[in-house]
Design a protein around this ligand. Structure first.
Ligand code: 13P
Length: 255
């Protein structure tokens, strides 16, 4: 396999925020900052579903990412659903899959996630597949087993070539929206475990970007970016503030 480093990414996951006018203003501040710069880091935004078509219809300097997709694909009588295929045709080429908020709050169990992965890859989307353990699982010493299990569930539905379209985001659930960040050493340790799993299972391992998520902010971004196997960040709360998000982008661009 050709030896190349994984691409660096900083992705803002806006979740169900903010209201439309604020979203437009935030978007403008971010795009103004990155336009014309040759940053050594790919910046992307995952806005709420309601704004996907609006943002993706513009000629933007950064990819738009869906936060989730349906278990059904194509078109049809599926009121309220958003399919991978529809997104692809609306110029959205990336989607998150398996965010812990979808797993915990909206019933995304393994079979649903595997169907979503198949739909996304089948429609030509790139996926940002989220993994991570709960506090109870970490305290019981099972963090790595849980993450490996989640990777196995991913691998079970991918062909060797499909790995080219995969980004992994490690988001320990106890660090999301809590202000508690994993210690850089702990995050690096898990990322090294993920890299090693990938090396055992795909020839694309050294090109797959591994992002860390969970209370990433300007104050900890430089330290996280310095870790060997952390190739970027999936940022929640801090991505809603343009200057914080831009500081995080700079931290990874200078890695
Ligand atoms: P916070 O950055 O708000 O902790 O959220 C992380 C996250 O869930 C990104 O997907």
């Amino acid at each position: 396999m050709e030896k190349t480093s994984p691409k660096k990414w900083v992705i803002g996951n806006w979740k169900l925020n903010p209201y439309f006018q604020d979203a437009q203003a935030l978007f403008q501040s971010i795009t103004q900052h990155i336009e014309g710069q040759s940053l050594d880091c790919q910046v992307a935004i995952a806005p709420p579903t309601a704004y996907l078509a609006f943002f993706s219809a513009q000629n933007l300097p950064l990819p738009i990412v869906a936060q989730d997709i349906s278990i059904v694909n194509g078109t049809g009588a599926y009121t309220g659903e958003i399919s991978a295929d529809l997104l692809k045709h609306a110029n959205v080429n990336y989607t998150l899959i398996g965010h812990s908020e979808r797993r915990e709050l909206f019933g995304d169990h393994v079979e649903r996630l595997q169907q979503k992965i198949k739909n996304a890859i089948g429609s030509g989307l790139h996926i940002i597949y989220c993994v991570g353990e709960s506090l109870e699982q970490r305290e019981a010493g099972h963090a790595k087993d849980i993450v490996i299990q989640q990777l196995q569930e991913l691998k079970a539905v991918l062909s060797e070539d499909d790995w080219q379209n995969v980004i992994i985001a490690y988001e320990p659930i106890w660090a999301i929206g809590t202000g508690k960040t994993a210690l850089p050493q702990d995050a690096q340790d898990m990322h090294a475990t993920i890299r090693s799993y990938l090396q055992d299972h795909t020839t694309w391992a050294n090109r797959i970007s591994l992002l860390y998520g969970g209370s990433v902010k300007p104050e900890n971004a430089v330290e996280l970016a310095a870790c060997t196997d952390i190739d970027g960040a999936l940022v929640g709360g801090a991505s809603l503030d343009a200057s914080s998000f831009i500081s995080i982008i700079q931290a990874f661009a200078q890695k």
